[in-house]
Design a protein around this ligand. Structure first.
Ligand code: GDP
Ligand code: MN
Length: 359
Protein backbone atom coordinates (compact mmCIF):
# COMPACT_ATOMS: atom_id res chain seq x y z
CA UNK A 1 0.00 0.00 0.00
CA UNK A 2 1.33 3.41 -0.96
CA UNK A 3 1.35 6.15 1.64
CA UNK A 4 0.79 9.80 0.88
CA UNK A 5 3.80 12.07 1.17
CA UNK A 6 2.45 13.69 4.35
CA UNK A 7 1.89 10.29 5.97
CA UNK A 8 5.42 9.20 5.12
CA UNK A 9 6.77 12.41 6.52
CA UNK A 10 4.90 11.93 9.80
CA UNK A 11 6.68 8.59 10.10
CA UNK A 12 10.03 10.19 9.21
CA UNK A 13 9.47 12.75 11.91
CA UNK A 14 8.66 10.08 14.49
CA UNK A 15 11.97 8.41 13.70
CA UNK A 16 13.87 11.66 14.02
CA UNK A 17 14.35 12.53 10.34
CA UNK A 18 13.89 16.26 9.83
CA UNK A 19 11.01 17.40 7.63
CA UNK A 20 9.88 20.89 6.63
CA UNK A 21 7.11 22.47 8.69
CA UNK A 22 3.84 21.80 6.98
CA UNK A 23 0.09 21.82 7.10
CA UNK A 24 -2.29 19.28 5.56
CA UNK A 25 -5.23 20.90 3.77
CA UNK A 26 -8.29 18.86 2.78
CA UNK A 27 -10.30 20.01 -0.22
CA UNK A 28 -12.94 22.52 0.85
CA UNK A 29 -11.37 23.36 4.20
CA UNK A 30 -9.91 26.71 5.21
CA UNK A 31 -6.19 27.40 5.26
CA UNK A 32 -4.07 30.34 6.32
CA UNK A 33 -2.36 32.08 3.43
CA UNK A 34 1.43 31.97 3.53
CA UNK A 35 4.48 31.86 1.37
CA UNK A 36 5.07 28.15 0.90
CA UNK A 37 5.32 25.15 -1.39
CA UNK A 38 1.94 23.62 -2.28
CA UNK A 39 2.21 19.90 -2.89
CA UNK A 40 -0.61 17.78 -4.32
CA UNK A 41 -1.02 14.61 -2.26
CA UNK A 42 -1.57 11.93 -4.88
CA UNK A 43 -0.28 8.37 -4.96
CA UNK A 44 1.72 8.78 -8.18
CA UNK A 45 5.34 9.74 -8.66
CA UNK A 46 6.76 12.62 -10.69
CA UNK A 47 4.33 15.22 -9.39
CA UNK A 48 6.88 17.98 -9.83
CA UNK A 49 7.05 17.47 -13.58
CA UNK A 50 3.28 16.99 -13.81
CA UNK A 51 2.50 20.35 -12.20
CA UNK A 52 1.66 19.01 -8.75
CA UNK A 53 4.26 21.09 -6.87
CA UNK A 54 3.85 24.89 -6.83
CA UNK A 55 5.96 27.49 -5.04
CA UNK A 56 3.67 30.35 -4.01
CA UNK A 57 3.83 33.82 -2.46
CA UNK A 58 1.42 34.73 0.30
CA UNK A 59 -0.75 36.97 -1.92
CA UNK A 60 -1.39 34.27 -4.52
CA UNK A 61 -1.86 31.44 -2.01
CA UNK A 62 -5.62 31.03 -2.30
CA UNK A 63 -5.76 31.27 -6.07
CA UNK A 64 -2.98 28.74 -6.60
CA UNK A 65 -4.39 26.39 -3.96
CA UNK A 66 -7.79 26.37 -5.70
CA UNK A 67 -5.98 25.78 -8.98
CA UNK A 68 -4.15 22.77 -7.56
CA UNK A 69 -7.36 21.27 -6.15
CA UNK A 70 -8.99 21.54 -9.58
CA UNK A 71 -6.19 19.61 -11.26
CA UNK A 72 -5.72 15.96 -12.04
CA UNK A 73 -2.16 14.75 -11.64
CA UNK A 74 -1.52 11.80 -13.96
CA UNK A 75 -5.22 10.92 -13.78
CA UNK A 76 -5.51 11.29 -10.01
CA UNK A 77 -7.81 13.84 -8.45
CA UNK A 78 -6.31 16.11 -5.84
CA UNK A 79 -8.21 15.90 -2.55
CA UNK A 80 -5.41 16.80 -0.16
CA UNK A 81 -2.68 19.41 -0.45
CA UNK A 82 0.36 19.73 1.77
CA UNK A 83 1.44 23.34 2.33
CA UNK A 84 5.05 23.41 3.46
CA UNK A 85 7.41 26.17 4.40
CA UNK A 86 10.00 26.70 1.70
CA UNK A 87 13.44 25.36 2.40
CA UNK A 88 16.72 26.40 0.89
CA UNK A 89 17.99 23.42 -1.05
CA UNK A 90 21.74 23.47 -1.74
CA UNK A 91 21.85 20.00 -3.16
CA UNK A 92 19.37 17.17 -3.78
CA UNK A 93 20.33 13.66 -2.67
CA UNK A 94 18.49 10.42 -3.44
CA UNK A 95 18.21 7.73 -0.76
CA UNK A 96 16.04 4.66 -0.69
CA UNK A 97 15.79 1.18 0.68
CA UNK A 98 13.89 -1.61 -1.03
CA UNK A 99 14.19 -5.36 -1.56
CA UNK A 100 16.81 -6.77 -3.90
CA UNK A 101 14.84 -9.61 -5.40
CA UNK A 102 17.94 -11.30 -6.77
CA UNK A 103 19.78 -11.59 -3.47
CA UNK A 104 16.86 -11.46 -1.08
CA UNK A 105 18.51 -8.69 0.95
CA UNK A 106 17.31 -5.16 1.57
CA UNK A 107 19.20 -2.83 -0.71
CA UNK A 108 20.12 0.85 -0.39
CA UNK A 109 20.15 3.00 -3.48
CA UNK A 110 21.87 6.31 -2.93
CA UNK A 111 22.94 9.11 -5.21
CA UNK A 112 24.48 12.48 -4.50
CA UNK A 113 22.67 13.64 -7.64
CA UNK A 114 19.06 13.16 -6.60
CA UNK A 115 15.97 15.10 -7.56
CA UNK A 116 13.31 14.81 -10.21
CA UNK A 117 15.69 13.41 -12.85
CA UNK A 118 16.81 10.36 -10.90
CA UNK A 119 15.20 7.92 -13.33
CA UNK A 120 17.00 9.56 -16.22
CA UNK A 121 20.26 9.37 -14.25
CA UNK A 122 19.81 5.65 -13.59
CA UNK A 123 19.59 5.14 -17.37
CA UNK A 124 22.35 7.47 -18.51
CA UNK A 125 24.86 7.21 -15.64
CA UNK A 126 24.09 4.17 -13.52
CA UNK A 127 27.59 4.50 -12.05
CA UNK A 128 26.41 7.64 -10.21
CA UNK A 129 24.05 5.53 -8.14
CA UNK A 130 25.44 3.59 -5.20
CA UNK A 131 23.75 0.24 -4.78
CA UNK A 132 24.48 -1.67 -1.63
CA UNK A 133 22.84 -4.73 -0.14
CA UNK A 134 22.30 -4.61 3.59
CA UNK A 135 23.78 -7.91 4.67
CA UNK A 136 24.90 -6.71 8.08
CA UNK A 137 22.70 -3.81 9.12
CA UNK A 138 24.72 -1.56 11.34
CA UNK A 139 26.74 1.58 11.69
CA UNK A 140 29.56 0.27 9.54
CA UNK A 141 27.39 -0.25 6.47
CA UNK A 142 25.68 3.10 6.87
CA UNK A 143 28.93 4.99 7.35
CA UNK A 144 30.61 3.35 4.37
CA UNK A 145 27.75 4.52 2.13
CA UNK A 146 27.94 8.02 3.60
CA UNK A 147 31.65 8.16 2.75
CA UNK A 148 31.18 6.85 -0.75
CA UNK A 149 28.38 9.36 -1.44
CA UNK A 150 30.21 12.22 0.24
CA UNK A 151 27.07 13.45 1.98
CA UNK A 152 27.67 14.40 5.57
CA UNK A 153 24.99 13.14 7.98
CA UNK A 154 23.73 10.47 5.58
CA UNK A 155 24.61 7.46 7.78
CA UNK A 156 22.13 8.61 10.38
CA UNK A 157 19.35 8.94 7.78
CA UNK A 158 20.13 5.47 6.37
CA UNK A 159 19.98 4.01 9.86
CA UNK A 160 16.54 5.55 10.32
CA UNK A 161 15.05 4.53 7.00
CA UNK A 162 16.38 1.04 7.58
CA UNK A 163 14.48 0.89 10.87
CA UNK A 164 11.29 2.21 9.27
CA UNK A 165 11.69 -0.35 6.47
CA UNK A 166 11.89 -3.23 8.94
CA UNK A 167 9.41 -1.98 11.55
CA UNK A 168 6.70 -1.28 9.00
CA UNK A 169 7.26 -4.23 6.65
CA UNK A 170 7.95 -1.93 3.71
CA UNK A 171 8.65 -2.68 0.09
CA UNK A 172 10.12 0.77 -0.31
CA UNK A 173 11.18 3.74 1.78
CA UNK A 174 12.45 6.55 -0.42
CA UNK A 175 13.54 10.12 0.18
CA UNK A 176 13.94 12.12 -3.03
CA UNK A 177 15.07 14.74 -2.61
CA UNK A 178 16.87 14.43 0.65
CA UNK A 179 17.73 18.09 0.75
CA UNK A 180 21.10 19.40 1.83
CA UNK A 181 20.27 22.69 3.56
CA UNK A 182 22.35 25.16 5.57
CA UNK A 183 20.96 23.42 8.67
CA UNK A 184 21.66 19.87 7.59
CA UNK A 185 19.67 17.13 5.85
CA UNK A 186 15.92 17.51 5.45
CA UNK A 187 13.49 15.04 3.85
CA UNK A 188 11.75 17.22 1.24
CA UNK A 189 9.68 14.31 -0.08
CA UNK A 190 8.68 10.83 1.06
CA UNK A 191 7.60 7.66 -0.62
CA UNK A 192 6.70 4.64 1.49
CA UNK A 193 5.10 1.44 0.27
CA UNK A 194 3.96 -1.13 2.85
CA UNK A 195 3.86 -4.75 1.74
CA UNK A 196 0.15 -5.58 1.33
CA UNK A 197 0.74 -9.04 2.76
CA UNK A 198 1.91 -7.50 6.02
CA UNK A 199 -0.90 -4.97 6.38
CA UNK A 200 -2.69 -7.18 8.88
CA UNK A 201 0.16 -6.46 11.30
CA UNK A 202 -0.35 -2.72 11.07
CA UNK A 203 -3.64 -1.81 12.71
CA UNK A 204 -3.58 1.83 11.70
CA UNK A 205 -2.92 1.22 8.02
CA UNK A 206 -4.75 -1.93 7.03
CA UNK A 207 -8.16 -0.25 6.71
CA UNK A 208 -6.77 2.32 4.31
CA UNK A 209 -5.88 -0.08 1.53
CA UNK A 210 -9.23 0.45 -0.14
CA UNK A 211 -8.49 4.08 -0.98
CA UNK A 212 -6.21 2.91 -3.80
CA UNK A 213 -9.19 1.53 -5.70
CA UNK A 214 -10.76 3.41 -8.59
CA UNK A 215 -14.54 3.90 -8.54
CA UNK A 216 -15.03 0.95 -10.87
CA UNK A 217 -12.69 -1.24 -8.82
CA UNK A 218 -14.69 -0.40 -5.71
CA UNK A 219 -17.95 -1.23 -7.47
CA UNK A 220 -16.48 -4.55 -8.62
CA UNK A 221 -15.20 -5.44 -5.17
CA UNK A 222 -18.65 -4.82 -3.72
CA UNK A 223 -20.14 -7.14 -6.35
CA UNK A 224 -17.65 -9.87 -5.44
CA UNK A 225 -15.64 -9.61 -8.66
CA UNK A 226 -11.85 -9.46 -8.92
CA UNK A 227 -11.16 -6.45 -11.09
CA UNK A 228 -7.93 -4.56 -11.69
CA UNK A 229 -7.62 -1.74 -14.22
CA UNK A 230 -4.82 -1.80 -16.77
CA UNK A 231 -3.80 0.63 -19.52
CA UNK A 232 -5.28 -0.84 -22.71
CA UNK A 233 -8.61 -0.77 -24.52
CA UNK A 234 -9.73 -4.43 -24.66
CA UNK A 235 -12.06 -5.27 -21.79
CA UNK A 236 -11.49 -8.82 -20.54
CA UNK A 237 -13.90 -11.04 -18.63
CA UNK A 238 -13.18 -14.63 -17.64
CA UNK A 239 -14.03 -17.16 -14.97
CA UNK A 240 -11.03 -18.22 -12.92
CA UNK A 241 -7.92 -16.18 -12.14
CA UNK A 242 -5.56 -18.43 -14.10
CA UNK A 243 -7.76 -18.33 -17.17
CA UNK A 244 -7.95 -14.55 -17.06
CA UNK A 245 -4.18 -14.21 -16.58
CA UNK A 246 -3.45 -16.42 -19.57
CA UNK A 247 -6.03 -14.51 -21.60
CA UNK A 248 -4.20 -11.27 -20.81
CA UNK A 249 -0.93 -12.88 -21.91
CA UNK A 250 -2.45 -14.10 -25.16
CA UNK A 251 -3.99 -10.72 -25.95
CA UNK A 252 -0.58 -9.13 -25.45
CA UNK A 253 1.07 -11.84 -27.54
CA UNK A 254 -1.24 -11.06 -30.47
CA UNK A 255 -0.57 -7.34 -30.20
CA UNK A 256 -3.59 -6.17 -28.18
CA UNK A 257 -3.72 -4.21 -24.94
CA UNK A 258 -6.06 -5.38 -22.16
CA UNK A 259 -7.86 -2.66 -20.24
CA UNK A 260 -8.38 -4.81 -17.18
CA UNK A 261 -8.25 -8.07 -15.31
CA UNK A 262 -11.78 -9.28 -14.48
CA UNK A 263 -12.41 -12.62 -12.84
CA UNK A 264 -16.01 -13.61 -12.26
CA UNK A 265 -14.89 -16.41 -9.94
CA UNK A 266 -15.47 -20.12 -10.17
CA UNK A 267 -19.05 -21.37 -10.29
CA UNK A 268 -20.36 -17.89 -11.02
CA UNK A 269 -23.56 -17.35 -12.95
CA UNK A 270 -25.54 -14.89 -14.98
CA UNK A 271 -25.64 -12.23 -12.28
CA UNK A 272 -21.85 -11.93 -12.01
CA UNK A 273 -21.65 -11.63 -15.80
CA UNK A 274 -24.18 -8.82 -15.77
CA UNK A 275 -22.29 -6.84 -13.14
CA UNK A 276 -18.98 -7.35 -14.93
CA UNK A 277 -20.37 -6.23 -18.28
CA UNK A 278 -21.99 -3.18 -16.71
CA UNK A 279 -18.58 -2.00 -15.47
CA UNK A 280 -16.92 -2.54 -18.84
CA UNK A 281 -19.78 -0.74 -20.55
CA UNK A 282 -19.44 2.32 -18.33
CA UNK A 283 -15.66 2.46 -18.39
CA UNK A 284 -14.91 4.65 -21.40
CA UNK A 285 -11.37 3.28 -21.71
CA UNK A 286 -12.86 -0.01 -22.87
CA UNK A 287 -13.43 0.00 -26.64
CA UNK A 288 -14.11 -3.71 -27.26
CA UNK A 289 -14.80 -6.71 -25.08
CA UNK A 290 -13.43 -10.24 -24.95
CA UNK A 291 -15.17 -12.83 -22.80
CA UNK A 292 -13.40 -16.12 -22.15
CA UNK A 293 -15.46 -18.75 -20.34
CA UNK A 294 -14.46 -22.24 -19.35
CA UNK A 295 -17.60 -24.14 -18.46
CA UNK A 296 -17.14 -26.58 -15.62
CA UNK A 297 -19.55 -26.02 -12.77
CA UNK A 298 -20.35 -22.82 -14.60
CA UNK A 299 -22.61 -23.66 -17.51
CA UNK A 300 -21.85 -22.01 -20.82
CA UNK A 301 -25.52 -21.63 -21.70
CA UNK A 302 -26.14 -19.69 -18.45
CA UNK A 303 -23.32 -17.36 -19.36
CA UNK A 304 -24.62 -16.96 -22.90
CA UNK A 305 -28.08 -16.04 -21.59
CA UNK A 306 -26.46 -13.55 -19.22
CA UNK A 307 -24.56 -11.93 -22.06
CA UNK A 308 -27.67 -11.69 -24.24
CA UNK A 309 -29.76 -10.30 -21.39
CA UNK A 310 -27.21 -7.66 -20.45
CA UNK A 311 -26.59 -6.64 -24.02
CA UNK A 312 -30.30 -5.91 -24.30
CA UNK A 313 -31.02 -4.31 -20.91
CA UNK A 314 -27.86 -2.19 -20.83
CA UNK A 315 -27.70 -1.61 -24.56
CA UNK A 316 -24.02 -2.44 -24.99
CA UNK A 317 -22.77 -1.03 -28.29
CA UNK A 318 -19.14 -2.01 -27.85
CA UNK A 319 -18.18 -4.96 -30.05
CA UNK A 320 -17.90 -8.25 -28.18
CA UNK A 321 -16.08 -11.47 -28.95
CA UNK A 322 -16.98 -14.52 -26.88
CA UNK A 323 -15.04 -17.69 -26.41
CA UNK A 324 -16.85 -20.49 -24.61
CA UNK A 325 -15.93 -24.07 -24.04
CA UNK A 326 -17.09 -26.84 -21.69
CA UNK A 327 -20.46 -27.66 -20.20
CA UNK A 328 -23.32 -26.96 -22.64
CA UNK A 329 -21.09 -25.18 -25.12
CA UNK A 330 -23.13 -26.11 -28.19
CA UNK A 331 -26.27 -24.63 -26.71
CA UNK A 332 -24.36 -21.50 -25.70
CA UNK A 333 -22.93 -20.96 -29.17
CA UNK A 334 -26.42 -21.31 -30.61
CA UNK A 335 -27.94 -18.78 -28.18
CA UNK A 336 -25.24 -16.22 -28.99
CA UNK A 337 -25.33 -16.93 -32.73
CA UNK A 338 -29.05 -16.25 -32.83
CA UNK A 339 -28.43 -12.81 -31.37
CA UNK A 340 -25.67 -12.07 -33.84
CA UNK A 341 -22.96 -12.08 -31.17
CA UNK A 342 -19.62 -13.38 -32.38
CA UNK A 343 -18.79 -16.58 -30.47
CA UNK A 344 -16.31 -19.41 -30.91
CA UNK A 345 -14.78 -22.36 -29.06
CA UNK A 346 -11.33 -21.53 -30.35
CA UNK A 347 -9.40 -19.29 -27.99
CA UNK A 348 -6.72 -18.22 -30.49
CA UNK A 349 -9.38 -17.36 -33.02
CA UNK A 350 -11.30 -15.29 -30.49
CA UNK A 351 -8.24 -13.35 -29.44
CA UNK A 352 -7.08 -12.69 -33.00
CA UNK A 353 -10.57 -11.47 -33.79
CA UNK A 354 -10.85 -9.06 -30.93
CA UNK A 355 -7.34 -7.68 -31.46
CA UNK A 356 -7.99 -7.04 -35.16
CA UNK A 357 -11.33 -5.28 -34.59
CA UNK A 358 -11.00 -1.65 -35.52
CA UNK A 359 -13.13 0.65 -33.36
P1 GDP B 1 7.86 14.51 -6.90
O1 GDP B 1 8.10 15.19 -8.21
O2 GDP B 1 6.51 13.86 -6.85
O3 GDP B 1 8.95 13.57 -6.53
O4 GDP B 1 7.80 15.67 -5.80
P2 GDP B 1 8.94 16.29 -4.83
O5 GDP B 1 8.35 16.49 -3.51
O6 GDP B 1 10.19 15.48 -4.89
O7 GDP B 1 9.19 17.73 -5.45
C1 GDP B 1 9.78 17.89 -6.72
C2 GDP B 1 10.84 18.97 -6.70
O8 GDP B 1 10.29 20.19 -6.23
C3 GDP B 1 11.99 18.68 -5.76
O9 GDP B 1 12.98 17.86 -6.33
C4 GDP B 1 12.52 20.07 -5.46
O10 GDP B 1 13.43 20.48 -6.46
C5 GDP B 1 11.29 20.93 -5.53
N1 GDP B 1 10.84 21.24 -4.17
C6 GDP B 1 9.99 20.54 -3.41
N2 GDP B 1 9.85 21.10 -2.19
C7 GDP B 1 10.64 22.20 -2.18
C8 GDP B 1 10.96 23.22 -1.22
O11 GDP B 1 10.47 23.25 -0.10
N3 GDP B 1 11.84 24.18 -1.60
C9 GDP B 1 12.39 24.21 -2.83
N4 GDP B 1 13.25 25.20 -3.13
N5 GDP B 1 12.14 23.28 -3.75
C10 GDP B 1 11.28 22.29 -3.45
MN1 MN C 1 10.31 13.34 -5.07
Amino acid sequence: MKLFEFEGKEIFSKYGIRIPKGEVIAKGSKARAMECVLKAQVLVGGRGKAGGIILVKENEFEKRLAELFSKEIKGEKVNIVLAESKITIQKEVYASISVNRETGHPVFLVSAQGGVDIEELSRTSPDKIIRKDVVKPGRETFVSIEKEAGVSGLADILDKIYRIFVDMDCELVEINPLAVTPDGLVAADSKIIIDDNALYRHEGWKGKKERELSDFEREATEAGLSYVELDGDIGIIGNGAGLVMSTLDLVNLYGGKPSNFMDLGGGSGQEAMEKALKILKENTKVKKILINIFGGITRCDDMARGIVAVKKTLGIEKPMVIRLTGTNEAEALQILGQEGIHATKDVTQAIKNVVSLVV
